[in-house]
Design a protein around this ligand. Structure first.
Ligand code: BEZ
Length: 253
């Protein structure tokens, strides 16, 4: 092999791999006309619809009836169903399963991997992004410390699954996947509405931690959390959450 040829091959491989880092998840999915693609944890269906614009035959599943109802209203020609990401069946083998910002809500990751493997045809791909290890770690510590100070052990209340690259790769391999790409990266995420941004985030996503608090008392708990995490997360008049993502592409063998 000539030196030039080796270099060109090496360069293409390297660039092909490196360029995946900056791409959007749908670019990485690279949907093709006629492919059967399932959007797992589709929410109100915006990405499902976008994938469909490439000519793929798309369908969406979400755990929330409200989300599915809204998705059906917005995109009446697409098939949307209520379903559990950790235990779902498809009527036919899929060419790809896609999932964005949903799977960190499903603690039964083994059930997810097994269901995705069952849904895909051999050679089909799983393309997903979700929270990885360290995700919102400062917020979680602040919540747990504030609740501990109030005599509550909150560790068992954490509703999220944020795996490491090693754990997630092993899980997928165990279910018969070849992991062709996996990337753990930091994506600091500004929360809108200035001082109120973290209150909105806690209201929207962290309810599981605070079942016994309401009204004024809950506001006091939030205040305590914000004092704990402010030095790390409040910058130039806004809260910036420390999001860490895992992006993965895996092929069913
Ligand atoms: C996220 O990483 O997207 C996320 C994590 C926890 C709660 C809400 C969102």
């Amino acid at each position: 092999m000539s030196g030039n040829k080796w270099n060109a091959t090496h360069y293409d491989d390297k660039i092909g791999f490196v360029s995946l880092y900056g791409k959007g998840l749908i670019d990485i999915l690279d949907p093709k006309e006629g492919e059967e693609i399932l959007d797992l944890g589709c929410g109100t269906g915006d990405l499902t619809q976008e994938i469909g614009e490439f000519g793929a035959v798309v369908r969406g599943i979400d755990y929330s009836e409200d989300m599915i109802q809204r998705a059906r209203e917005k995109y009446p020609t697409i098939s949307f169903d209520v379903g559990d990401a950790a235990n779902f069946h498809t009527s036919q083998p899929m060419d790809a399963v896609f999932s964005n910002a949903a799977l960190h809500w499903v603690r039964d990751a083994d059930g997810v991997a097994s269901s995705v493997a069952r849904a895909l045809r051999p050679g089909g791909r799983f393309v997903a992004e979700f929270g990885g290890s360290r995700n919102v770690g400062t917020i979680i510590s602040g919540v747990e410390e504030e609740l501990t100070a109030r005599g509550i052990d909150a560790t068992s209340r954490n509703p999220w699954y944020f795996p490491t690259v090693g754990d997630y790769s092993s899980l997928l391999e165990h279910h018969g996947f070849r992991v062709s790409f996996i990337h753990h990266y930091e994506r600091p995420t500004p929360l809108s509405d200035g001082e109120k941004g973290l209150d909105h985030w806690l209201d929207g996503f962290a309810d599981d931690f605070f079942p016994e608090f309401e009204g004024e008392e809950k506001a006091e708990v939030y205040k305590g959390i914000k004092e704990r995490v402010r030095p790390a997360l409040f910058k130039d008049g806004e809260w910036v959450a420390g999001y860490w993502r895992i992006r993965v592409v895996a092929v069913k063998e």
